[in-house]
Design a protein around this ligand. Structure first.
Ligand code: MN
Length: 155
C-alpha cells in the first residue's frame, strides 16, 4: 500500500489535508467514512481502512441507504489513515479544490474479500448493514469502476 499517488497530487504547504497515515492501536476497529466533497462536481468519497491506508472510491450520487439502489463507485488513490477526520476547504487551484465534510462515519467488518469483490458490514449512522463492492471489469486491472450497493439481510 502506497500513498505515493496521494502525495504527488497535493502540495501540503497549501492544503491542510494530512500528508501521512496516523498510527493507530492494533485493537482499534476498521475505519469507515463517507465524505461529502463539493469539488467541481459534488460527490461522496467512500473510504475503508485496509492495511494502514484508506482505500477510496468516489460515488457521484447519494450512497444507498436501502437495498435496490446500485451506485457507481470509481476507485481513487489510497488516502492516509486519519483522513477520515479531515473536514474543511481544499484551496482553489489545489487537487480536489472545494469543501469536504463528513457525511457518515463509523466502522466496518470485512466478510468477504477478493481482488474484485468485497462484502462488508457497515456500522455507521446513515449506512448500516451488509454492503457489497463489486468491480465491473474483473479482468482489467486498470479499470476503476465498481458498483456499491446494500445487500438484503437474508443474503
Ligand atoms: Mn473527492
Amino acid at each position: 500500500m502506497s500513498l505515493e499517488e496521494y502525495k504527488n497530487k497535493r502540495d501540503f504547504s497549501k492544503t491542510r489535508e494530512p500528508s501521512q497515515s496516523k498510527k493507530k492501536k492494533e485493537s482499534d476497529e476498521l475505519v469507515y467514512v463517507i465524505q461529502r466533497h463539493q469539488a467541481s462536481h459534488l460527490h461522496f468519497d467512500l473510504r475503508l481502512e485496509e492495511e494502514g491506508v484508506l482505500k477510496s472510491w468516489a460515488i457521484p450520487k447519494t450512497p444507498p441507504q436501502e437495498t435496490g439502489v446500485r451506485r457507481l463507485a470509481v476507485q481513487t488513490e489510497d488516502h492516509p489513515l486519519g483522513y477520515e477526520d479531515f473536514e474543511g476547504i481544499i484551496p482553489e487551484g489545489e487537487y480536489g479544490a472545494g469543501k469536504v465534510d463528513t457525511w457518515d462515519k463509523g466502522h466496518y467488518l470485512s466478510h468477504e474479500e477478493t481482488p474484485s469483490k468485497k462484502v462488508i458490514e457497515i456500522r455507521g449512522k446513515k449506512l448500516q448493514g451488509r454492503y457489497a463492492l463489486i468491480k465491473l471489469k474483473v479482468k482489467d486491472p486498470g479499470d476503476k469502476n465498481w458498483l456499491f450497493f446494500k445487500l438484503k439481510e437474508s443474503n
